[in-house]
Design a protein around this ligand. Structure first.
Ligand code: UN1
Length: 511
């Protein structure tokens, strides 16, 4: 498609500063800072911001830890009242936040709005949850006894979030942690400082308005050193980290060594199986959104297409046709479907993955070219690519955070499931079929080994009501809906004897 004119950096700055002011962020104080925010739309600098110093990091953790003392004894429905107010403010500032997300991440407006909607939705969920932090009462083997469990706040939660979902993932953790009675210390991606300032300002306003402890949420801008302090500090009871497998491999053992808890949301390398009975039109649309949407930069992005040999040519022809129609350009333009990659490294990773795929005998059937580089030499727009692969080679087993869809053919359903499962990552998988037997097999114990398994929808775009996360090298963590809240609380098993006797469990006799 013909590329549109890009917004200028000055225009983006103007939009961002208007949105930030509306959210209550005043950037003036940071005017001299050397660190800062960039926009992938033009590849140019937006605004300088100041990272936290070591002392500020330590003090923020200490303040959150002190706030825990008050927050854990605040009744959960009152904690929910904070999240309700925060959700109202998010509704009011939905387009402000979406503007900053688009500016810093390059996500198209509709997806940026959708991401803010995830925040609003998780707030609604968490408000309801604040009256439903249920424990069970179990049958006890002893007369005159009661056996039950209670759920208590856990402690301070450290949230380390990634650039690609700079607000949603933080809000899943924060809304749930807050109703569970846990203060939050947030280290956002270095790529999205302005987005996080806007989010933190709105939450701070809600905190002040409802009279919650002022230190219940702390934002720490900075690089790796911030994350490392959160990982090593014993006052951080739970580290919830989203990022690469390599990051998780560093974080997991360090937190475990001090017996802290971790929720890890790491890489995905998600596949869709398209069977002979699939509705090919529907599958094509779903595949194109899942593979090319967000410029291939979701952890749930579809990266592997496992298609039955009898429908492969038809399906790939349809996908290629749809790819040719994708408008690539300014994510602020309502007609754009694919915005820029986050930066040069993502582009280089895409080029090198395509080269490796070719060397393995793959054929690039569409895409891979850079776009708009004359207009914006420091920005990285690409034509999403589809590569037909002869086999699931090494490059296809790795996650490349760019819009490359690798396509393979299969013959039997069992083979398709085996292909889905033979990578190390286990986040999300889909099957497109009208055959109930195939759909059920794909979701069964011997089926897809991922945390999210879908039928007739793509691998991305999960709703907040379900638990979000994946198996194997994806890290095993679960966030967001269902009973993911339990990871943010500690369970106490209580046995109460209301009889005058002292019967011992397992029939043991003593004294
Ligand atoms: C991520 O890419 O880190 O399911 C999160 C989805 C979104 C969240 C993705 N709701 O695609």
């Amino acid at each position: 498609m013909t590329p549109t004119e890009l917004s200028t950096t000055a225009q983006i700055r103007e939009r961002v500063s208007k949105s930030l002011r509306s959210c209550g962020v005043d950037l003036a104080a940071d005017a001299e800072a050397t660190w800062g925010s960039w926009t992938p739309i033009t590849g140019e600098r937006l605004f300088p911001v100041t990272p936290a110093t070591d002392t500020e990091i330590t003090m923020a953790i200490a303040r959150a830890y002190d706030a825990f003392g008050v927050w854990r004894s605040t009744p959960a429905p009152q904690r929910g009242a904070l999240v309700r107010r925060w959700g109202d403010l998010l509704r009011e500032h939905k387009s402000d936040l979406a503007t900053v997300v688009t500016a810093e991440v390059g996500k198209i407006s509709s997806e940026a709005q959708g991401e803010v909607q995830e925040m609003i939705d998780i707030c609604d969920f968490a408000v309801g949850l604040s009256r439903q932090l249920y424990g069970r009462t179990m049958a006890t083997e002893r007369p005159g006894h009661r056996l039950m469990e209670t759920w208590h706040p856990l402690g301070v939660v450290g949230v380390i979030s990634a650039f690609n979902f700079p607000v949603a993932v933080w809000s899943w953790n924060t809304a749930i942690a807050l109703v569970c009675g846990d203060p939050v210390v947030w280290k956002p991606s270095e790529t999205t400082p302005l987005t996080s300032l806007a989010c933190a300002a709105l939450l701070a306003r809600a905190v002040a308005e409802v009279g919650a402890p002022a230190d219940v949420h702390q934002l720490l801008l900075g690089g790796r050193e911030v994350g490392e302090q959160l990982v090593d500090d014993p006052r951080i009871a739970l580290v919830s980290a989203t990022g690469s497998v390599a990051m998780g491999q560093r974080v997991g053992p360090r937190v475990a060594a001090r017996f802290g808890r971790c929720i890890l949301e790491l890489g995905g390398n998600n596949a869709a199986v398209v069977t002979p009975s699939a509705d090919l039109d529907l599958a094509t649309r779903a595949v194109v959104f899942a593979a090319a949407g967000t410029a291939g930069q979701r952890c749930t992005t579809l990266r592997r297409l496992i298609v039955h040999e009898s429908v492969a040519d038809d399906l790939l022809a349809g996908i290629t046709e749809a790819y040719a129609e994708l408008s690539i350009g300014d994510p602020f333009d309502a007609a754009t479907l694919v915005g820029p990659l986050i930066g040069a490294r993502a582009y280089e990773a895409m080029l090198s993955a395509l080269e490796r795929a070719r060397a393995d005998g793959g054929t690039v059937i569409t895409g891979g070219q850079r776009r708009l580089h004359r207009q914006a030499p420091d920005a990285y727009y690409v034509q999403p690519a589809v590569v037909r692969m002869p086999d699931q080679t090494a490059v296809m087993r790795e996650e490349t955070f760019a819009p490359i869809l690798h396509a393979l053919t299969y013959r039997t359903h069992a083979e398709a499931i085996a292909r889905n499962n033979e990578v190390t990552q286990g986040l999300s998988a889909s099957v497109f079929t009208r055959d109930q037997r195939e759909a059920e097999e794909f979701m069964a114990a011997e089926g897809a080994d991922c945390g999210i398994v879908n039928v007739n929808i793509g691998t991305s775009g999960a709703e907040i009501g379900g638990a979000f996360g994946g198996e194997k090298h994806t890290g095993g963590g679960r966030e967001s809906g269902s009973d993911a809240w339990r990871a943010y609380m500690r369970r106490a098993t209580n046995t109460v004897n209301y009889s005058p006797e002292l019967p011992l469990a397992q029939g043991v006799s003593f004294l």
